[in-house]
Design a protein around this ligand. Structure first.
Ligand code: BGC
Length: 771
């Protein structure tokens, strides 16, 4: 790992300490493996907002979740139902159960704290290559005893139930006793009670059992320790302590001047819940900890590092000539990797992944639109898991539709385990952001197309599309005067205009969904009539529904200005006030009557243009860029990456780079003052798409992949890795060439198009260079 100390482009680093920065550090220094996310808090505790251990799927019922802004313009203008606003709401959010990192050391009677004594030197860095968080401190305990402390920890990718830590203490100018206390802090939750399990009798460890009540779940956490003086294993007397729900073991060691006392700590976490049961999670946690302790930190780290090596070989993006962009794109990809539930189709990725408590760990539309393309094109098995999750919740979506008086299926705006709507009722988005339905269904189609998983496309994705189309058809009205169809009272992605008519994004997506559902159905009828008739019967599908979808798709209103290509975001948008200086960037401040202005929170029309490059010309891109860029407030981190993507397509390379850096830096500049809640993972997915579909200009074209790269002048070279229809490629883009190399394990060639030439690239071709 230390080789990476020389390669800053793999590192997120901090060299100054300030207590007020700790909560953000929790986000910047997160490690994880998709099963768990461990925030970058300090082992000796500190700011509580820094700390969280979040486990995928560990949702619990939450009553009375209040939104301070429920009382603002939504109420004044749209909701006006006092009863609903005041009513207690029930939803499910991820719970943070315990802090198993807890380590306290006491030197000369003084506990080590970053803010106490004298911090002589400090450095902390996240090595993204091996996903290891390291901290080096030189600390004076205030009485002149100087100690060097080095702490390394990782959340294992090789065994996803494990976290390992190595804590090294070296007295610099004294010999003496060091007291060490380590264990689990369970005091941070009051949602469930823990019990101490003594069954394995290991004197160097603690096992806790947590029972979570609603829904019923069980979690086991076991920690064990091993101590070395220099290279020598020592077996000290450990004493069990239990103070204020902190369960620890403690010991004292005599350490000579310049000698290093090193503690290895292993933490094993197991969860059993409906849908993902684990037989005896307590015993599994204990066995996991015992095995890891026996193997030792170095061996476990090597296994973890090897998995990461493999992952990066399939997903790294290299940008030569622009260190900042390089580091930020790696941070984005790193987070996409640690967010992904690799082996679990019962959960998906929340808006802040497992990197923080923001948005309660709930799954929004951006998982489908912003995140999935990354997985479709690098680790399609993860995308498949997500769409299996959506498919498994199709019945719940049918029930959501039924509750809103509509046929078909309505995916919830915020989703947890059950697929029911988790959004508080007084929040308007769940009722008006209907675009979630075509978002999910069309993303499933995109997954099937890019991965080549035609079986999923022809079955599960088709069924989702049919039910989604039925739902959207219910809301599609025919305006006899205009002879056009439209959808009223909806909001597109831009949440500053939450209730509008004829939102272009929603109308366009819905029309594409109608066409897709009808087309995929026709295809199934052709290739597998028996399956089609079984599906028809199961869904009660009628031919007249399908023809109605096609008619509605044809007639769907799309507010494009004739001649210019400018698309109006929604009916009446161009008539709204143009000035936007008083538009609050904060969501819903009382004075923020932004729905009356043209200021937008995040791209709406521009996102549509980005998602459907084949449907819009350069003229469209230019006209809409010129119009909407100036109104966009970037009130959501889902915003700058789409601007980078669009600017790159238009050829505004300076702007493209600026927006790319702005988006990449969002968690670090804390642009919207909410990064303490975690990395907004949609932003990471958006940045990745800006690279692939913006800068590299990748676009599937029939059976081939077309590339039309455009790089900012600082980027000397861009290298990407991708998987397409089961084949893996490395693509190297220089100022004047494109080189494509197929993975040796590929089974077929894929044609690549570049500047009018087409080249088949298959496993035996070596690196194919095109100019
Ligand atoms: C954005 C939404 C997004 C949500 C969760 C909001 O700020 O406007 O588009 O779904 O955050 O990330």
């Amino acid at each position: 790992m230390d080789m990476l100390e020389t390669d800053k482009n793999w590192m997120i680093e901090e060299t100054e300490y300030h207590p007020s920065k700790e909560p953000l550090g929790g986000t910047h220094f997160c490690t994880g493996n998709g099963f768990m996310g461990l925030r970058g808090s300090f082992e000796e505790s500190g700011a509580s907002q820094a700390q969280a251990l979040l486990v995928a799927g560990l949702y619990q019922k939450n009553v009375g979740r209040g939104y301070s802004f429920a009382d603002t313009f939504f109420r004044k203008r749209f909701v006006l139902d006092e009863v609903k606003i005041r009513r207690e709401e029930v939803c499910h959010t991820l719970v943070n159960i315990s802090d198993p990192l807890l380590v306290n050391i006491i030197i000369g009677g003084k506990p080590f704290r970053m803010w106490d004594g004298i911090l002589l030197e400090y450095r902390r860095w996240l090595d993204m290559h091996s996903s290891c968080l390291c901290r080096e401190v030189r600390w004076d305990n205030g009485a002149g005893l100087i100690t060097r402390i080095r702490i390394d920890r990782f959340t294992s990718m090789a065994d996803r139930n494990l976290i390992l830590m190595r804590y090294a203490i070296t007295p610099e100018n004294y010999s003496g006793e060091v007291c060490i206390e380590s264990g689990i802090d369970a005091s941070i939750n009051d949602r469930c009670r823990e019990s101490l399990i003594d069954a394995d009798g290991a004197p160097d460890g603690v096992t806790l059992m947590f029972s979570l009540p609603d829904p019923l779940m069980e979690m086991g956490q076991a920690v064990r320790h091993k101590l070395f003086l220099g290279e020598q294993l020592v077996e000290p007397q450990w004493e069990r302590l239990e103070v204020n729900r902190c369960y620890t073991v403690a010991t004292q060691v005599q350490v000579g001047q310049g000698e290093t006392c090193c503690m290895e700590k292993v933490i094993s976490v197991q969860v059993s819940r409906e849908g993902a049961p684990v037989d005896n999670p307590i015993r599994c946690a204990q066995e996991g900890a015992n095995t890891a302790l026996r193997l030792g930190y170095a061996q476990c780290f090597e296994a973890h590092r090897a998995v990461w090596e493999q992952i990066w070989a399939q997903s790294d993006i290299e940008i030569e000539g622009d260190d900042k962009a390089q580091r930020l794109v790696r941070f984005a990809v790193y987070h996409l990797i640690i967010a992904a539930p690799w082996n679990d189709a019962t959960v998906s990725i929340g808006a802040r992944s497992l990197s923080g408590p923001g948005y309660g760990g709930l799954v929004f539309w951006e998982t489908d639109i912003y995140l999935m393309p990354f997985y479709d094109w690098t680790f399609p098995e993860i995308a498949r898991n997500h769409f299996l999750y959506r498919y498994a919740l199709l019945d719940a979506a049918r029930e959501n539709a039924r509750v809103s008086g509509a046929p078909g299926a309505r995916y919830p705006w915020e989703s947890a385990l059950s697929g029911k709507e988790e959004t508080a009722e007084y929040l308007i988005c769940s009722r008006t952001q209907l675009h979630i339905v075509p978002d999910v269904c069309l993303a499933a189609k995109r997954y099937a197309d890019a991965s080549g998983d035609s079986s999923f496309g022809a079955r599960q994705a088709l069924e989702m599309a049919i039910e989604g189309a039925r739902f959207m058809a219910h809301f599609t009205e025919f305006d006899a005067q205009k002879k056009r169809c439209t959808i009223r009272n909806v909001g597109g992605p831009d949440e500053y205009h939450p209730v509008t008519d004829s939102n272009s994004y929603t109308n366009f997506m819905t029309a594409r969904l109608f066409e897709y559902a009808a087309g995929a159905w026709a295809e199934l009828l052709k290739v597998s009539p028996d399956e089609a008739s079984a599906l028809r019967e199961r869904l009660g599908l009628e031919d007249k529904e399908i023809s109605a979808w096609l008619e509605m798709a044809q007639a769907m209103e799309f507010l494009e200005e004739p001649g210019t290509g400018l698309i109006e975001q929604c009916a009446g948008y161009f008539q709204l006030k143009g000035e936007w200086s008083n538009v609050g960037r904060q969501y819903g401040g009382p004075a923020a009557e932004y729905h009356e202005c043209q200021g937008i929170k995040q791209p709406d029309v521009l996102l549509l243009l980005a998602l459907f490059p084949e449907s819009f010309s350069h003229k469209h891109l230019l006209a809409n860029w010129d119009y909407y860029e100036r109104f966009t407030q970037h009130g959501s981190s889902l915003s700058p990456s789409v601007h980078a993507w669009m600017a790159a397509r238009i050829g505004l390379m300076q702007k493209a780079r600026d927006y790319f850096l702005m988006g990449g830096d969002f968690p670090f500049t804390d642009y919207n003052k909410d990064s303490v809640g975690g990395v907004q993972i949609g932003n990471s997915g958006g940045l990745w798409q800006a690279i692939l579909f913006g800068f590299a200009g990748i676009m599937p074209n029939g059976s081939s992949l077309r590339l039309d790269p455009k790089l900012p002048k600082e980027w000397k070279r861009l290298r990407i890795r991708l998987a397409y229809r089961g084949q893996r490629f490395r693509i190297d883009i220089g100022p004047e060439y494109l080189q494509v190399e197929a993975d040796a394990s590929n089974s077929e060639a894929i044609p690549f198009e570049f500047r009018g030439a087409i080249c088949e690239v298959g496993p035996g071709n070596g690196a194919v260079r095109m100019r």
